[in-house]
Structures are given as C-alpha cells and as structure tokens.
Write a protein that binds this ligand. Structure first.
Ligand code: HEC
Ligand code: HEC
Length: 278
C-alpha cells in the first residue's frame, strides 16, 4: 500500500513525459516536412577560426552537400576582402547530384590582429548564399617578439629596407591606391600608432595644423637618414606617388576637431558590420 502510493505518481509522470516528447517530435516532423531541404547544405554557414601566434596564414575547409537529384554548379565564391582566397576544386565547381565536395579558404593573417569577420558570397545555379567566417588573431602574429627586433635591426642598417622583400605585405601592399586618412593608417600609423609603440618612434599629434604643411610633406617624402624613418617618395625607392604624399599632407594639416585615432581592421566592404577589437 505504502509502496504503490509512491510509485503511482512516478508512473503518471513518466507517461506524461512520454506524451510530451511524442508531441514535440510530431510537431518537429510536421515542421520538417513543411520546410523543403535546401539544395546545398554546408557543414556550417558560420565558422570560427582561431589563429595561433606566429601564423602567417590560416586554412579553413568548407564541406558542402548537394541534396538534389541534379547537378549544381557553383559559379563563384567571393570573400569580402582581398586577404582571403577561396580554393575551389574546379571553376566552375560542379557538384553532382547527392554528393559532397569541399573547398578551402585561405586567409592571410600578416599584419592583422583581433577579431575579423569575413563574408563569403557563394553564387550557384540554386541561388546566392553567404558564409560567415570569424577569425581570432592573437596580437603576437602582427610583427612582435623576435620578428619585431629582427625587423628593427634590418631597418637600422637600411631605413628603406622596409619597402622591400618580405616587408612588402605589411608596409607597402597595404598603402596601394590609398590616400588621406586611409593612407595615413596604412603607411604611417603602422609605426607611429603601434601598440605598444617602439621607443624610437615619436607620436605625431603635435604638428597637425595648417601651418605645418611643408613639415609633413618633407618628413613623408624624405624621412630622416640614420633613423628608422624611411623616405616615402619614389625617387628614394619609396612606395608613395607625389599625389599620395600631397594627400597625406592635406589630411595631416586639416583643422582637427578630435584627435586622430587609428581605425581598426575593417572588411573592405564599408556596408558590412565591424566587430569591436578586444
Ligand atoms: C606581418 C606584418 C609585418 C611585416 C612582414 C613587417 N612589419 Fe614592420 N611592423 C609591423 C607592425 C604591425 C609594426 C608596428 C609594431 C608592432 O606592432 O609590432 C611594425 C613596425 C616596424 C618598425 C617600427 C619599429 C617598431 O618595432 O615598432 C620598423 C622599423 C619595421 N616595422 C620594419 C620592418 C622591416 C624592415 C620589415 C621587413 C624585414 C618589416 N618591418 C616587416 C608589421 C610588419
Ligand atoms: C618604419 C616605421 C615608420 C614608418 C612606416 C613611418 N615612420 Fe615616421 N618616424 C619613424 C621614426 C623611427 C621616427 C623618428 C626619427 C628620428 O629619430 O628623428 C619618425 C619620425 C617622423 C616624424 C618626425 C616627428 C618628430 O616629432 O620628430 C614625422 C613628421 C613622421 N615620422 C611622419 C611620418 C609619416 C607621415 C609617415 C607615413 C607616410 C611615417 N612617418 C611613417 C618611423 C616611421
């Protein structure tokens, strides 16, 4: 008597529980049968990638399944920035009916830090899709530690070395086609607004006013011999055109309302959201 009284509520609970599960399965089944299976299914449409300190590039594999009974052709896979390259098995990439295939995404991590969001547009015969890749890069990847002191030594021996060889991806390529504020961030901010800034690199806020145009022009074009400050003019082996140097002088002498703060790494498409840096 005493036993059955304690068992009864337990049984009742179990029966109710089974009913709830059964009902929710039924509801899910109905939902699933109402929603058509997408023709292309990716192993994940949002991926996270954690770079290791010192990595110069990262490789992420995307796997995709054609769930239909006909071939699907992926015509194009376009990442949101030039630093990411999609390696497809073929172009165009034909995925036969009910098969699975893979592509690689290769990101150039040099000179980058913090959290970056990449958007990868996929155009196929069954429509457009966007894949999201969130990349975490530790600070040390950028050029710190041993690489940093090695680079300083190279620049001390020859201040123009920063525009040659394996220095190019971070100190030259990033300046191409840029003017004004964007050029400042890429060409000058890399040294003058570094965190932490090297002791021999001065801050540049003091002379940002219209009477110093000649000062900015000369420092940018000629730099200073015997220091780490390179000459940016092409005549001295620098990467900047006359028009780019003029645009910097304009930018650095325009009246300041608020102090300059270096802009974070952004996706190249200005309409895309940018996540804050840690
Ligand atoms: C991976 C990108 C990268 C490469 C490659 C690179 N640098 Fe740099 N460089 C930076 C960054 C970022 C800074 C700012 C300091 C920091 O954060 O390490 C910097 C700063 C400097 C500085 C200023 C001093 C300092 O340590 O802040 C000098 C000089 C310099 N680099 C020279 C070179 C030379 C020479 C090379 C090629 C031998 C080179 N860099 C290659 C990213 C790079
Ligand atoms: C490779 C690192 C590096 C880069 C890139 C760099 N600078 Fe410099 N800059 C220096 C160093 C180091 C000095 C200090 C020179 C000295 O000892 O007199 C300096 C000095 C200066 C000075 C003199 C500041 C003062 O108070 O004496 C100006 C102005 C200047 N830089 C502007 C620029 C501009 C503009 C750019 C971008 C076009 C730029 N720098 C890019 C390293 C750099």
């Amino acid at each position: 008597m005493h036993i059955s009284a304690t068992i009864k509520p337990t049984w009742l609970f179990l029966i109710l529980w089974a009913l709830v599960i059964k009902l929710s399965c039924l509801a899910q089944g109905i939902e699933a049968s109402l929603m058509p299976t997408p023709p292309l299914i990716w192993d994940a449409t949002t991926k996270e990638f954690q770079a290791q300190s010192g990595d110069t590039n990262g490789v992420i594999i995307y796997s995709v399944t054609n769930t239909t009974s006909t071939n699907i052709t992926i015509r194009m896979v376009r990442p949101s920035c030039g630093c990411t390259v999609a390696k497809l098995p073929a172009i165009p990439w034909i995925i036969p009916a009910r098969t699975n295939s893979q592509m690689q995404l290769i990101i150039d991590l040099r000179g980058k830090r913090g959290t970056l969001n990449k958007y990868i547009a996929v155009d196929s015969t069954v429509g457009f899709q966007t894949l999201i890749l969130r990349v975490q890069i530790p600070d040390a990847t950028a050029g710190s530690g041993t690489a940093r002191s090695r680079n300083q030594k190279i620049a001390l021996a020859d201040r123009q070395a920063v525009f040659r060889g394996d220095c190019i991806p971070c100190h030259v390529t990033t300046t191409l086609g840029k003017t004004g504020a964007a050029l400042y961030d890429a060409a000058c901010g890399i040294c003058h607004d570094a965190k932490p800034k090297a002791t021999m690199v001065p801050g540049l806020q003091a002379k940002r006013s219209p009477q110093y145009r000649e000062y900015w022009y000369r420092w940018t074009a000629k730099g200073r011999e015997g220091t780490l400050m390179p000459a940016f003019e092409t005549a001295a082996g620098g990467p900047l055109s006359e028009a780019q140097i003029q645009s910097l002088a304009d930018y650095l002498t325009q009246p300041q309302s608020s102090p300059h703060s270096p802009s974070p790494d952004k996706p190249t498409d200005p309409t895309l959201p940018v996540s804050p840096r840690p």
